[in-house]
Design a protein around this ligand. Structure first.
Ligand SMILES: [Zn+2]
Length: 210
């Protein structure tokens, strides 16, 4: 019989931390709260776009938990008058970043979340097919927190490292005239600066403060 000599563990060329950032399409730095609102991406979809949004429920109120409830079809439509205007909608995003910079994930990045609606960017329509949707807790027109920019930049960098992301745009860019988020309070130059080491295309004018 052949005896195989024991071998020393092979040192990993990458920090272990890097390999632990993802479990399939789930981000390990996010709180995982699966949503039923998703479907398969079209065959061969190239996930090359990050779409940024803003949301708060009720609008302008933070930390209520209602966004997480909305994205998992658990929102009590009768709990606030505003909810009557969105009663019954079934939506989701891949990620939601709270005012404190805490990241929640609702949909596997390999799946198609329902965040963009009718949309067009970089010459292609139906942006849900091949984008990652990130919601920032906020209200369009108002500003966002430093902790949100930090979490967003790190998430985007980790997305770029895992998927062929080449474009970042706001919902307002991919659905002009219909959507206004994240709005003029979002500091595009700050995010661009944080991701300057990556080859990314940005919306026109996003190099200037809003
Ligand atoms: Zn949006």
């Amino acid at each position: 019989m052949t005896v195989t000599p024991p071998t020393a563990p092979t040192p990993s060329p990458q920090p272990i931390e890097a390999g632990d950032r993802w479990q399939g399409g789930w981000y390990q730095r996010a709180h995982r709260l699966p949503s039923p609102n998703f479907g398969p991406r079209p065959a061969g979809a190239r996930i090359d776009l990050v779409v940024l949004h803003s949301i708060s429920l009720p609008p302008g109120e933070y930390g209520t938990g209602a966004v997480q409830q909305l994205f998992t079809n658990q929102l009590d439509w009768d709990a606030h008058p505003y909810y009557q205007t969105i009663r019954g909608i079934e939506v989701s995003a891949h990620f939601f970043i709270t005012r404190a910079g805490v990241i929640w994930q609702f949909v596997d990045c390999g799946q198609r979340a329902w965040h963009a609606g009718a949309s067009r960017w970089r010459g292609r329509g139906n942006c849900n097919d091949d984008s990652i949707g990130i919601e920032l807790e906020g209200l369009e027109g108002l500003t966002f927190e430093a902790a949100q920019y930090a979490a967003l930049a790190r998430l985007c960098a980790d997305l770029v490292a895992r998927y062929p992301i080449r474009h970042v745009a706001g919902h307002e860019h991919i659905a002009p005239g219909r959507k206004l988020d994240p709005g003029p309070g979002f500091d595009w130059p700050q995010l661009r600066g944080a991701l300057a080491g990556n080859a990314l295309d940005w919306p026109p004018g996003s190099d200037q403060p809003g």
